[in-house]
Ligand binder design. Structure first.
Ligand code: DPP
Ligand code: ZN
Length: 876
């Protein structure tokens, strides 16, 4: 496949001002008639040929300005329809194609999911519906007529506003016409047709426009759509208040479908969702699901401005909409819930997904410079690191300049397909700062390490902080330059933060130091006692911090730091340090016992005093970094079994230290009354269930009894699933019995059974591979449904010890599935292959076996571009 490069970008030679689609839905033979109005682009090449993209299309008819086009006037290949000598002026094309939605297992373009017609066009699915200039900088006004059998598709939806509906006389068919006045790229086109129930609500925007909101779901599931609708109303108000953004159509529809490659899609006025991120009731969704639905509903809604009204010039600019929109949804959730707890959760995700990507062969800049398959760049780097870059920008220029920059961006770029340069120019202007150096965050891959050390001169009352930065090489970028690192900091004394006084240029005030060179020394004056530095408060940059504080100083930060994030980080750092040391082969386990003692005592004291004041925070404090986090920190010659054993032993020892406290605390944390999904109630459940997991490790028999009791007594899925998860830590007949009870209780609930599949796939025991193979035969599993595959196979691939079995069987199993799945759904297959991204950090035996499995994939004939690209880059 050819490499597509940012530097080769050229404007389209042709533009399409309007698109009239007439789509007659049929399970196997859907007819699409597209009338497109073409115009030479003044910025393009005059007299250029017209090449329309296409993929797996059957062309049925083609006319130009209403007259059938002679066969000699155009050519059709599998990927394109070309008119070599088009008229040198405006003209129309009428293109008729036929597509088979039932045969579309790639879930790109038009397909059927449980009898519902739906579409997915980002990044390049529209070319699977009709021939088109399928690129985001071609923006058109769409009018869409949909026609279908009434019984099969009583509901017919597309983008924009509904302008007409009617029956087809003398037939069982009906139609609906939708018009979207906002020009948009083809990737935002959508349609839905099917028998669906819905819930609805009226909304009035801040500028007085009435909007009909609706959430459509499978028949019988309307009772589970309320939370999504409620979240939608809240995020619409929030965007008005915080970003001054109002909605701009008469309707806003959300549709849940059960077969979906991604989480959700922001099609203009018609968001289509993976049903996992819409459906919720206390019996079938966990607290985590409620929070995720709220966040993703908001994310897709926020795209209406950051993505749709202002879209991307080309796919290299993907982070322009994704990083920014993730930042916006994170801010929304922070305002709706607890800001520090949200930050901690987001940083956990960033480290586990993005830092690991950055450390391996699939590392790439936030704005990639080249790609073979754009679908492989919907990554944690583009999304999560992209959001971190926006967050740093806000820290650097301040809240006011950030808001004015956003306003300027909305004003200046509305209705355009924009670039990162245009975005940054708005903030350079609003802040008066030169952001040229800051822009390096978009170009340079890899996670910087900040190395810090401090010296206190008691006589001079002077504290000097030495800071250095370095970024390791990544594929294609051997040499790294310094990036702009905003470091929020404080100097913590016995009674809390000390005043900061310095004359350094790097000090921006308000506890912010900017490290933009390779090294920096900064001296604080009038420091009246030996301080403990608290660096990277709130995780002010997506970097690693290397600061050698003794455990006693970290424990002091835990009790006195004013920054909640660093309070949490302090104990995590103690745990990481001990686990990294103990997880290396042949290491000394003595140190681990000392750490278990120190952490156990800290947790115990914390739980006895202020944990109940903020249980959600306490749950985060008690949750150790995962074994995968430790493996990544070790970074080379990793033995997953040794890492896991160290982790197990520390967790169990901490559990033992807390045992005396457990019953009383769990009783005090029990929620009363019916289940409510709010953050405070969820926090109590989270801490209570964290303690359950520790109990299961520390005292398996008693832990198992508690799990059984909690499973039987619970009135909600959160507590029942937590009981199952804790029970999976305790091998034996009681575990198998609870697994069976769970399956019986939730038979007929595919989304709940996904969690059941995943909980089993994650069991860290050598029998798990056989169990997973057995579960593939279970009626709850299907290789054709992305959610099922991600739960069972994706779950197994995330199982550190079992995916990385020393005999290589885990690799062989997953790579075989990747090869099989690639024939039906390349996107899901290539995501799964991404599980190999950390193979180079393993010890030599596993490294060789993982490399062989990747090689087997790479040598398979007729691979999709998606899978071939990942295999090739992973091996490079
Ligand atoms: N639907 C995906 C998202 O919102 C891709 N745009 O991130
Ligand atoms: Zn998005």
């Amino acid at each position: 496949a050819p490499l597509i490069r940012l530097e080769d970008y050229r404007p389209s030679d042709w533009l399409i001002d309007t698109v009239d689609l007439d789509i007659s839905l049929h399970p196997q033979k859907t007819r699409v008639r597209a009338l497109i109005a073409l115009r030479p682009n003044p910025e393009g090449q005059p007299g250029a040929p017209l090449t329309l993209d296409g993929d797996e299309l059957a062309l049925k008819a083609l006319s130009l300005d209403g007259k059938p086009l002679d066969a000699s006037a155009f050519t059709v290949t599998p990927q394109a329809l070309t008119i070599p000598a088009p008229p040198p002026h405006d003209f129309t094309l009428t293109i008729e194609t036929e597509v088979d939605p039932s045969a579309n297992t790639k879930l790109m373009g038009l397909y059927r999911s449980s009898k519902v017609y739906c579409t997915q066009c980002e990044a390049d699915g529209f070319r699977r519906i009709t021939y088109f200039l399928d690129r985001p900088d071609v923006m058109s006004v769409y009018t869409v007529r949909l026609e279908a059998a009434k019984a099969e598709a009583p509901v017919l939806l597309s983008n924009g506003n509904l302008v007409a509906t009617g029956e087809m006389p003398g037939s069982d068919r009906h139609f609906a016409v939708w018009h979207d006045p906002h020009p948009k790229p083809a990737y935002l086109f959508a349609l839905v047709g099917g028998a669906l129930d819905h819930v609805r609500q009226d909304y009035v925007t801040a500028d007085g426009q009435k909007v009909e909101l609706a959430v459509y779901v499978e028949p019988g599931k309307a009772g589970r759509a309320g939370w999504a609708l409620d979240s939608l109303v809240r995020c619409m108000r929030w965007d008005e208040k915080v970003f001054g953004r109002n909605y701009d159509l008469d309707v806003f529809n959300v549709v849940a479908v059960s077969d979906f490659n991604m989480g959700a899609m922001e099609n203009k006025g018609l968001n289509i969702f993976n049903d996992k991120y819409v459906l919720a009731d206390p019996q079938t969704a966990t607290d985590g699901d409620y929070a995720a639905i709220e966040a993703i509903i908001a994310h897709e809604y926020f795209h209406n401005w950051t993505g749709n009204r202002i879209t991307c010039r080309d796919w290299f600019q993907l982070c322009l909409k994704e990083g920014l929109t993730v930042f916006r949804d994170q801010e929304f959730s922070s305002d709706e819930r607890s800001r520090p707890v949200k930050r901690i959760a987001d940083v956990r995700t960033l480290r586990s997904t993005q830092f690991s990507e950055d450390a391996g062969p699939l590392a790439h800049p936030v704005r990639p410079r080249a790609y073979k398959e754009i679908n492989n760049f919907y990554t944690p780097t583009v999304y999560e690191k992209g959001a971190e870059v926006i967050r740093m920008l806000k820290v650097m220029i301040g809240d006011d300049a950030f808001r004015r920059g956003m306003d300027l961006y909305f004003e200046r770029c509305d209705g355009t397909a924009a670039t990162i340069e245009e975005f940054l120019a708005c903030f350079a202007e609003s802040s008066g700062q030169d952001l040229a150096h800051f822009a390096r965050w978009y170009e340079q891959a890899g996670t910087p390490t900040i190395t810090a050390s401090g010296r206190y001169d008691a006589a001079a009352k002077r504290y000097t902080l030495d800071l250095k930065q370095s970024t390791p090489p990544t594929p294609g970028q051997a040499e790294k330059l310094p990036v702009v690192l905003p470091i929020r900091l404080g100097l913590v004394g016995a009674l809390g933060d000390l005043p900061l006084q310095t004359s350094s240029n790097a000090y921006a005030g308000d506890g912010l130091v900017v490290l933009d060179d390779a090294a920096l020394s900064i001296t604080f004056e009038e420091v009246t006692e030996a301080p403990t530095p608290s660096l990277m408060r709130g995780f002010s940059a997506p970097a690693r911090l290397d600061l050698d504080l003794p455990d006693a100083a970290l424990l002091r930060l835990f009790s006195t730091d004013s920054d909640a994030f660093n309070r949490w980080q302090s104990l995590q750092t103690i745990a990481v340090r001990a686990l990294v040391a103990a997880g290396k082969p042949g290491s000394n386990q003595q140190a681990l016992a000392a750490t278990a003692g120190a952490l156990g005592a800290a947790f115990d004291g914390f739980l006895k005093t202020d944990a109940l004041a903020d249980p959600a925070f306490a749950a985060q404090v008690l949750r150790l970094p995962s074994p995968a986090d430790i493996a990544r920190e070790i970074g080379r010659d990793v033995d997953p079994d040794a890492v896991f054993a160290a982790h197990r032993s520390l967790s169990a020892a901490i559990g033992e230290a807390l045992l005396g406290n457990l019953p009383g605390l769990r009783a005090a944390l029990a929620t009363t009354g019916p289940y409510r999904p709010d953050a405070a109630s969820a926090g109590r459940r989270a801490l209570r269930n964290e303690l359950l997991g520790l109990a299961a490790l520390a005292e398996p028999a008693e832990g198992a009894r508690l799990c059984e009791e909690q499973f039987a007594a619970a009135d909600n899925l959160t507590d029942r699933l937590a009981a199952l998860a804790a029970m999976t830590l305790v091998p034996g007949a009681r575990r198998e019995a609870l697994i069976d009870r769970f399956a019986e209780a939730y038979a007929g609930e595919p989304l709940v059974l996904d969690k059941w599949l995943m909980a089993q796939a994650l069991i860290p025991e050598s029998e798990t591979l056989e169990r997973v193979k057995r579960l593939m035969q279970h009626p709850a599993f299907s290789l054709g449904n992305p959610n099922r595959v991600r739960a069972l196979i994706g779950g197994f691939a995330a199982n550190l010890t079992q995916f990385n079995r020393a005999d290589g069987e885990g690799y062989g199993f997953v790579s075989d599935i990747v090869i099989a799945l690639d024939r039906s759904n390349p996107q899901v297959a290539s995501r799964l292959l991404g599980s190999f991204k950390s193979w180079r950090m393993l010890e030599p035996g596993r490294r060789r076996l993982a490399q062989e499995a990747l090689g087997t994939v790479a040598r398979t004939p007729n691979l999709s571009r998606d899978v071939a690209d990942i295999a090739e880059r992973a091996l490079a």
